[in-house]
Design a protein around this ligand. Structure first.
Ligand code: B12
Ligand code: SF4
Length: 457
């Protein structure tokens, strides 16, 4: 038996195929292949770089689907199904929108694969694939499953190993798909399994792809103590409340953490309250102080810098208290703090989230409420009507933040931080290597149509 695992691309550029220069290993497909019985042949196809070999014989096609890749995933599924090959879709999108996905596949998989994937393989082997498999979220790679990293070789991925410490998050921000998928729970792997996985591969630079690496401070501290002797360098994603625990901050630094993606989201406490961004509350200050120009993030950012962490600051733009002026101030804030990277994302209504339901109830959703399927929806464009500007103004303001951030002048200005980017040759190298790369990618992806098919819709 042979299974072909597919990672779809988001879409394509108008006049040429889109190749993702900053592509990373598709860890979920490595994990799925790792869960697959050894007598089954596994092949990995990455639509971000290679043509899909539709006519190559295979017995089952397993596609991982996120909201941005849903259109493309359905196209790929249709091609295989037209050739009589059964297709199963799994991942975030099928979990959050199972009914939609069922229309495009022979089977869908809801939830984490660990507990039920082997059953899927046996059902497919016996020609008895069920229409739907429902599995609970849980501890990743339970039982010490190792991802099949051999399948990543030769695909030109960035030289960083993706790994999981845990999954999910205990917070419940209203726009976040994670909070819905994992039902506000955080699952952490046993330390010995992670250390064994680190040892089983050659790289010393790891990206822990956790949604919030520091959702559980006690578990993180216990793990970091064991991680120190491994002498690796690593990055992850975590919430800003970490800065209230200085012991944790020291452990991060000692264990080789170079920085985290941190969701600042907004500078306005009214927005933070509305979106229920609890880890940011204490640090955000009172609206009156903010209006008086007080930078409530000043101290937390200082603590991050004191520990030499290179922050990737993430903002969501278009909240109900945002104005064009406040978006410009957000851009000034990020420049002032000389962050390593910044992600200015338009607030996106992901189906299944409280934000999506609220905007729908208020009649503010655009693109028939299903932007991810709309043939004219473009990447990084507004998908709802904001309160204090038009959707086009929001799209433009967000793009202006990105454009400003990625100029050579900005990269040169931000480098001058002796506590972070200039504190070691490795940090400087990371800054210099990844800033131009993300600047190029950001420009290429902006306004891209989703999916490839542009014939009759
Ligand atoms: C690492 C990561 C990235 C990396 C890229 C990783 C890569 N390989 O390319 C970076 C930082 C570049 C990135 C970029 C983006 N990402 Co991202 N990313 C993640 C993150 C944090 C982890 C993914 C991962 O590897 N997890 C580990 C694996 C093992 O877990 P998994 O993917 O969930 O798979 C498990 C199950 O879902 C299931 N499963 C998954 N696929 C399949 C398939 C089958 C057939 C089956 C049976 C089961 C199954 O089984 C797996 C094992 O249990 C996820 C959040 C998350 N928890 O998954 C967001 C996430 C997937 N990203 C998201 C988004 C929005 C983006 C961006 C669009 C952001 C932006 N605005 O630019 C971009 C572009 C994505 C793209 N497709 O190009 C969203 C998707 C939302 C949604 N509703 O679909 C997520 C869920 C984050 C979020 N906060 O909402 N991302
Ligand atoms: S802290 Fe981050 S991962 Fe956790 S619910 Fe909020 S946005 Fe999602």
């Amino acid at each position: 038996m042979k299974i072909t695992f597919v990672k779809p691309n988001i879409g394509r550029l108008e006049h040429s195929l889109y190749v993702d220069e900053g592509r990373m290993e598709p860890l979920q497909l490595g994990v799925l292949a790792g869960l697959t019985p050894p007598d089954v042949e596994c092949a990995l196809v990455d639509d971000r770089i290679e043509a899909i070999p539709y006519d190559e014989p295979t017995d089952l096609v397993a596609i991982t689907v996120e909201i941005y890749t849903a259109r493309r995933a359905y196209e790929i599924a249709a091609e295989y199904r037209a050739r009589g090959v059964p297709v199963i879709l799994g991942g975030f999108h099928p979990t959050l929108l199972p009914e939609e996905c069922l229309q495009h596949a022979d089977a869908i998989f809801v939830g984490d694969a660990e507990s039920l994937w082997r059953q899927v393989v046996e059902d497919a082997r016996g020609g008895k694939l069920r229409r739907r498999y429902d599995a609970p979220p849980g501890v990743p790679q339970s039982g010490g499953v190792q991802p099949r990293r051999d399948l990543f070789e030769g695909k030109g991925y960035l030289p960083v190993t993706l790994m999981q410490f845990g999954r999910g998050c205990r917070f419940s921000c209203d726009f976040c798909a994670i909070s819905v998928f994992f039902q506000r729970t955080n699952f952490v792997r046993p330390t010995r399994e992670i250390l064994a996985e680190i040892e089983s591969q050659n790289r010393r630079f790891i990206f822990f792809v956790d949604d919030n690496f520091l959702s559980n401070h006690a578990a993180a501290k216990a793990f970091l103590r064991e991680l120190i002797p491994m002498r690796i360098r690593w990055v992850s994603q975590a919430s800003i409340d970490m800065t209230s625990d200085l012991e944790l901050m020291s452990l991060l630094a000692e264990s080789g953490c170079m920085g985290n993606v941190i969701g600042f989201e907004s500078l306005d406490p009214r927005n933070l309250q509305q979106m229920k961004k609890a880890p940011n509350f204490l640090r955000a200050g009172h609206p009156k102080l903010l209006r008086a120009g007080w930078d409530a993030y000043e101290k937390p950012v200082q603590i991050l810098r004191d520990h030499h962490l290179q922050t990737w600051a993430a903002f969501t733009l278009g909240h109900d208290h945002d104005t064009l002026e406040s978006i410009r101030e957000t851009s000034d804030f990020a420049m002032r703090h000389r962050f390593c990277f910044a992600a200015y994302n338009i607030l996106m209504p992901y189906p299944g989230t409280p934000l999506y339901e609220r905007l729908r109830a208020e009649g503010r959703l655009l693109w028939d409420g299903r932007w991810w399927l709309h043939p004219e929806y473009r990447f990084n464009h507004a998908a709802f009507v904001p309160k204090h500007m038009s959707p086009d103004q929001l799209t433009q303001a967000c793009w202006e933040c990105r454009r400003r951030w990625n100029t050579l002048g900005s990269i040169f200005w931000r480098i001058w931080d002796f506590k972070t980017h200039l504190s070691s040759p490795l940090r400087l190298a990371a800054y210099l290597q990844y800033n131009p790369l993300y600047a190029r990618e950001s420009k290429r992806k902006q306004g891209m149509l989703l999916g490839l098919f542009r014939g009759k819709e």
